[in-house]
Each structure stands twice: as C-alpha cells, then as structure tokens.
Ligand binder design. Structure first.
Ligand SMILES: Cc1cc2nc3c(=O)[nH]c(=O)nc-3n(C[C@H](O)[C@H](O)[C@H](O)COP(=O)(O)O)c2cc1C
Ligand code: SF4
Length: 686
C-alpha cells in the first residue's frame, strides 16, 4: 500500500490547451467499444472513478471506408449521429471529467466489404501488401481526395464539439491512413505529401490540424497520437523522425502529443500489450529503443521521453502503466500524462483509490489479452462482440457498475475458493450479505496457481496477483473463510443458510476409451493437482523453468479435448519442445487464426475426430469419413471440460431455500473470464 502523498505528481492537476484535468491519469482509447448503454456505463464509471481525462472513440470520419470493420457504429460522418455521441459526453461530464473524441481513418488497415478498396498514401505491390500486413492492395489517394478528407476530419471535429466533447485526438498511429503518410515504409509519393521530407510526410496531418483550429478556434484542444517507432519493418518510423514530426505538429498548433510504438511481424500487438511480447514465446530480438527492464511495463515510455525532449506541449505516455510506474515516469520528467487503457477496464476507480490511499484495492489487469481477443474476434467473424474483461465482469455487461445493497440480508454459504467462489463472495459481501466461504484445500485460488505456471509471469503469472487481490478483497469485506474444510449437506441444519452457492469447479470428465487406464494417460485435473501440491515447495516461475520437473511428460503428446485448458497446456508443452497434437470431436480453442499464439501455431489440430483406442504406441483415431490412424504418443492428456456437480446440488435440495451453481456460462469456453463473469452476475442477483 502507498499513501496518497506518494502519488504527488500523478495527482497534480494538469492542462491540455484550455482543458483542465484533476490529475494526470488519462483513459486512452480502447476502440471497439460500442456506442450504446454498456459503453456509456463504462465511461461513466471511469469518470466517476476520478480519472483526469478520457480519450474515447477511434471514431471514423468516413464510412464505410474509414472504419476497421463495417459493423462498428463508431463513425461520425453525419450530423444525425450527434445525439448518440452527445449521450456519451453528457454521461462523463456528470462527474466533472473532460472527454476527447479520437478521430481516425482506418486507411489500409480497413477490412472492407467486397467491392470496396482501401486507401493509403501510396499503392502497394503484392509483396509490399504482405510485408506491411495490409488487408488488401490499397488505392493511392489523389490530392483532391486528400483535400476532401481534410474537410471530413475537420467537420467531424466540429460535430464532436457539437456533441459536447472537450477536444479531439487525431489518431495518426498504427497502420491507419494518416500513418501511411508519416511512415516511409508506406509513403512512396513524390509530391508535396510525399516521402522526400518530414514536412511533406506531415503535410496531410498538419492541414487537418490547421483546419480543425480554423473551424473551432485555436483554443479548441487537439492532441495527436503517433507511432514513436515502427518496429520490424524496413524504413519504419525512427525515434528521430518521430521527434521531427512532434516539432512540426507542435508548430501547427497541437496541444498535446501521445506517443507509443507499432510493429509488424510478431510486434503487431505491441501498442495494445507490450507485455504480450513475452507470450507465448518471446519475440526476439527485443527492440533496443524500448525499455524492457520491467518485462514490458512502461516499455514504450522512452519514445514519449524522446519526444518530450524536443517539445514544450504535454506528452502522454502509455503501455502497461499503473499508478506506481506512472508516478515514477512523471517524477523523472519523461511524460506529463499517464495513459492507461486496460488497467481502467479492469478497475475504473484507479484514481479514486489512489486518492483515498487504497492502492492495494485496485483490481489488477492481468494482461491476459482477453479484451483484445474480442477485438480480433470481431475482425475475424465480422460481427459485434462486446469487449469484456476477465477481472471486471461489469465491462460490456452492466448498465450500472455500482453494486447495489441487497433488499434483504441473507446468510450465504459459498463452496469453493477459486476465482468464481471468491468473486461471488466478494460481490455478495459488498451487497451486505453474511457470507461464509468453504475451501477444502488449505489455500484459496483454485486453479489460478496452475494458470500462473502454465501461462507464465508475463501474461497470467498475474493470475497469482489476481488470486491475492480477490483474497484480500474478501477478507476486507468480512467474508468468513473456512480453509481446509469441506461443506456438505450434513452441515446445513447447523449453519442454516438462506442460500448455498456451489463454485467447486465441477467433476472431471474422463473419456470412455479402451486403454484409458494405461499409465501414459493423465488428466488435466490430475496434472493440476500434482502441480498445485508441488507449488508448496517452489514458486510458479521456478516450476516453469525447471525442465526436469516436466520430464514425466513424453516427447510426443496427444491432448484429447479442444478446451481452453487443453489449448493453453499445448502452448506450454510446445515451448518445452514437445510435439503436440490436439484431437477434438468439435472445435478447438484458438481455431480463429487471429487469436492464435505463435506456440499454438505449432500444435497439430485435428477436428471432428473420434478416439477409438489407447494402445502402447499411441491413440487410434477415426476421422468423420471413418479413416483410422494411430497418433504416436508417449503421453496422452485428457482435457475435457468438467461437468457441473449436480449430485451435490441435489443433495441440498429441500434443505436450503436457494441453491446456485456458479462458474459456468452455458455454451461458453471454460475460462477465468467466464467463471468470474458468471459469479459476478449470480452475486448481483441474490
Ligand atoms: C481492446 C483494445 C482496443 C484498443 N483500441 C484502441 C483504439 O481504438 N485507439 C487507440 O488509439 N488505441 C487503442 N487501444 C490501445 C490503448 O489505447 C493503449 O494504447 C494500449 O492498450 C496500451 O495501454 P494499456 O497497457 O494501459 O492498456 C486499444 C487497446 C485495447 C486493449
Ligand atoms: S481482459 Fe485481461 S488484459 Fe484486458 S483489461 Fe481485463 S485483465 Fe486486462
């Protein structure tokens, strides 16, 4: 815990143009949010949570060519949308928080419907399309089309102000249209917008800034987001070039500059998750311009710091920052504002908790990437998927983030101290119920320690942090915790609960296959238990690194079941030089190519396969067409989803007025996000 006084700089008021902020925390844009009630509720929670400034949107200035995926509602090319966006500004202003709308044009990144062509600074050859990971071969913009787009950006800024937004951020980062002019990797033009000088590369952006200021007055705040470095691409923007852009943009009148990195070929997600570089295999070599001393936290800050050296306007840094690193960055003069996106999705009340001296109550973002996966899933399926967070179940689901007091106080027994059990206990206790939690083992956390081992310290090692956070919260909320104690029907008359919640994780399913009892077969459930027992002796990081520990798993592994547990275990084993095949009767988690990690790419995936027999040499399988083959295997791991413990529930029937099973979302993968999400919703309903 840190006292409020530790965060001296972070809590200092700030200013961008004429806009005052109560502190230096900026909620950076987390696109793909919808524009309806759920999104409004989230932004309201961020504003109520004491955040200094919200940058929201990634709102396209043109439709459909300007959006990344056509199904989004975040485009503002017409005045008829003003009331829609005004609702967002109004919700945020209720709590005295200013809000900027981020404006953008997807350009060559857009995934357009058939018949439409993307646009860019220059056309590309076939090999350049592949190299730059463009969605298709773009059309080069003519000068009159550029002029038309300058008008569209400025008009959208005018609409944003009419809708009540306090400023705009022009997104010239990633591989969007404006970046295609800034970056020499994209820009091959020889005219006044061409690649021959920094001024020419900035000209389109400068014209947009001047036109916005022209129409809205020089005091209407405009921030610009740039790639401070483009990684893994020839002629990608360098730090020195980014400094040059910053000076030109400052001279054009911008009020703040927001700097991060972008990359290609293994580095595409660096802007959304610099810590993700370590998962599932470390992307090498780690770029030297970034700071890897905190394994990705604050990695992109050197880019902001480099820009800060050459400008006098405020600089926004971003990338896996939290209040602690944020304070340090401000103290060291590396930036003026601390951008946080995912952290505020996990806990919209960061600022208020810091002010109250309760930083230990901040719910941790585990950098699991589940929120970003929703985005990729949307691109993949071309259908709207609400962004959800594994830690904050309200995100994308609740119209109001405040947890209301229950109308009637009840005595509730929660059975199981995993993430679902702790989350439901937390919510129930906040609602004023009297909660007793039983955990048969001697520690809380359920499968989270196993997850920390399998997924590692950079993505889900924070699973341990999540377990500690939940445990701390339920203790503080007054939940009575009974460790090493089983709860069964016999105790009902003694405790007399109004409700019992079963969060036991279910009963492991074992497939019925001849040979299943052979010694080479092990279930994920047994593997988890073995690992959890041995974690009494060593830390998750040590267990991960100890190759000898994993020698009981042979070189050739077959995993039966396309579950989250099976796929994440497969990633882990591939990294440990095992040849892994997953066989499943249906789909396999990670089937969508965009959602697959590099390690998962190396796993052989066999769909619609029936398991016939386990022999001494491996697993005999049959395809849907009846073709039979043997998959050589030294180890076979069964990873089917467990089934709900209905027998336990039935044993309580007639004895307890209310019985709930939590941790299960029907037809959803069994993930931490779905377990916590379900527990949260049940907790709110009792
Ligand atoms: C799901 C998701 C969507 C995002 N969408 C946008 C966007 O539309 N525009 C943008 O500038 N940044 C976007 N970002 C990037 C964030 O603003 C931020 O730069 C990044 O997540 C790193 O900060 P963080 O570690 O605090 O989350 C997105 C990030 C996530 C996780
Ligand atoms: S889903 Fe995961 S990465 Fe995204 S905000 Fe929540 S905890 Fe962080």
């Amino acid at each position: 815990m840190r006292e409020k006084t530790y965060f001296e700089k972070l809590l200092q008021p700030g200013q961008i143009g004429k806009v005052q902020t109560k502190n230096r925390i900026v909620k950076t844009c987390g696109g793909a949010e919808d524009v309806g009630d759920r999104n409004r509720a989230f932004l309201e929670a961020v504003a109520r949570g004491g955040t200094g400034l919200i940058i929201w949107g990634d709102v396209a200035v043109e439709y459909p060519r300007g959006v990344t995926i056509p199904i989004t509602a975040r485009h503002f090319e017409d005045n008829k949308y003003i009331p829609l966006f005004a609702g967002i500004a109004e919700a945020v202003h209720k709590y005295g928080c200013p809000i900027f709308m981020q404006l953008f044009h997807a350009g060559p990144q857009a995934f357009l419907p058939a018949g439409l062509q993307t646009i860019s600074s220059s056309s590309l050859t076939d090999s350049e399309v592949i190299e730059l990971t463009a969605s298709m071969k773009p059309k080069e913009l003519t000068v009159s089309e550029i002029e038309d787009l300058v008008d569209k950006f400025a008009e959208t800024a005018v609409r944003a102000r009419k809708a009540g937004f306090d400023g705009v951020e022009v997104n010239a980062a990633r591989m969007h249209l404006l970046n295609s002019f800034l970056s020499r990797a994209w820009n091959k033009r020889r005219d006044r917008y061409g690649c021959t000088s920094l001024e020419n590369r900035c000209r389109f952006l400068v014209e947009i800034i001047r036109e916005i200021k022209n129409r809205l007055g020089s005091d209407f705040p405009v921030s610009v987001l740039i790639n401070g470095r483009e990684l893994k691409i020839e002629k990608g923007t360098t730090v020195e070039e980014a400094q040059g852009f910053a000076v030109i943009l400052q001279n054009a009148g911008i009020d703040a500059i927001h700097v991060r990195a972008f990359g290609y070929h293994g580095f595409q997600s660096i802007d959304a998750s610099p810590r993700g570089i370590y998962y599932s295999e470390i992307a090498k070599p780690l770029p030297k311009e970034l700071d890897w001393s905190h394994r990705g936290r604050g990695a992109m800050v050197p880019l902001a710091a480099a820009v800060k050296k050459v400008v006098s306007i405020p600089v926004i840094a971003v990338g896996a920052l939290d209040p602690f690193i944020g304070e340090q960055i401000l103290q060291e003069g590396k930036a003026d504002f601390i951008g946080i996106c995912k952290g505020l999705m996990a806990d919209p009340e960061i600022a208020n908790k810091v002010v109250a001296g309760k930083s230990e109550d901040i719910a941790p973002c585990t950098d699991c990437g589940d929120c970003a996966r929703a985005l990729l899933s949307m691109v993949q399926k071309s259908e709207f998927v609400p962004i959800r967070c594994r830690v904050n179940a309200a995100l994308g689901s609740e119209p109001d983030y405040r947890i209301p007091l229950a109308s009637k106080k009840k005595k509730v027994v929660v059975v199981g101290g995993g993430p679902a059990g702790m989350e439901v206990a937390r919510v129930l206790a906040i609602r004023g119920h009297n909660v007793i939690l039983y955990e048969k083992e001697n520690r809380l956390g359920g499968l989270l320690p196993w997850v920390a081992v399998i997924k590692g310290p950079d993505v889900d090692g924070d699973a341990t942090v999540l377990a500690n956070y939940l445990e701390n919260q339920i203790r503080k909320c007054g939940v009575e915790i009974k460790l090493g104690k089983k709860f069964d029907a016999a105790q009902v008359s003694e405790i007399n609960p109004d409700a019992v919640i079963l969060a036991t994780g279910g009963i492991p399913e074992v497939p019925v296959i001849p040979g299943i009892s052979k010694s080479k077969v092990i279930s994920v459930a047994n593997l988890c238990q073995r690992v959890k027992d041995d974690l009494e002796l060593m830390e998750p990081a040590v267990m991960r690194a100890l190759n000898k520990y994993w020698e009981f798993i042979g070189k050739n592994v077959v995993i039966i079941g396309g579950t989250v547990a099976g796929s994440t275990l497969a990633e882990f084993l591939v990294e440990r030089c095992r040849n892994v095949t997953i066989v499943a009767a249906g789909s396999i988690w990670g089937d969508e190519p965009l959602l697959r990690s590099p390690a998962l790419e190396k796993v052989v995936r066999m769909h619609e396969v029936q398991c016939r027999e386990i022999t001494d040499s491996g697993l005999i399988v049959a395809t849907a067409e009846g073709k039979q083959s043997t998959l050589e295997a030294d180890t076979i791991i069964t990873a089917l989803d467990p089934r709900p413990d209905l027998e336990f529930a039935q044993s309580l029937e007639g004895k307890v007025p209310e019985i709930y099973l939590v941790g299960w979302e029907s037809n959803q993968p069994r993930s931490i996000m779905n377990a916590i999400g379900n527990a949260y919703r049940v907790g709110r309903s009792i």
